[in-house]
Design a protein around this ligand. Sequence first.
Ligand code: PRP
Ligand code: MN
Ligand code: MG
Length: 180
Amino acid sequence: MQNDIARVLLTEEELHERVKALGEAITADYKGKDLLVVGILKGSNVFMSDLIRQINMPLNIDFMIVSSYGNATESTGVVKIMKDIEQSISDKHVLIVEDIIDSGLTLKYLTEMLNTRKPASIKLCTLLDKPARRKENVDVDYVGFEMPDEFIVGYGIDYAEHYRNLPFVGILKPEVYENK
Ligand code: PRP
Ligand code: MN
Ligand code: MG
């Protein structure tokens, strides 16, 4: 599995430090508010687990399962909701947690859909942002790292459902996904 990685972009230590700083910023911004952290599965799984342990205040968590890529390498633009949030978000402060924003199609669709449910606020937190790939403009409130336009895996992020369990973020070797 690690043989398929061309280069490590973010080490475990770098990820830990940045996630800690994001958690501290979120704690400061939401102190005293009714916070619901919503992870977008499956990609956000690893980041969200680390992030919530760096948020030092009472909060609730929930998850949505959304899929736009399937096993393809690029978003099809079709966002499928496989599992919705299980509670009302009305009057709650919702923080959506993503692993990566690429075209922006997933978050554009999700925020518009969730806004119709009249939450007190919706903010977005992503570990990684690839601004060069943006097709839909989305306002992201918390960004861990800006990434180059490379094929990235690890720390929750997959290629064809593999590599999510790598503890670092790295660039996949092109021969892994070329000629597929
Ligand atoms: C990936 C990633 C984001 C989304 C970003 O999810 O986790 O949710 O794509 O791409 P976009 O900005 O172009 O919409 P994917 O659909 O691959 O599902 P997964 O999280 O289960 O891997
Ligand atoms: Mn995802
Ligand atoms: Mg994926």
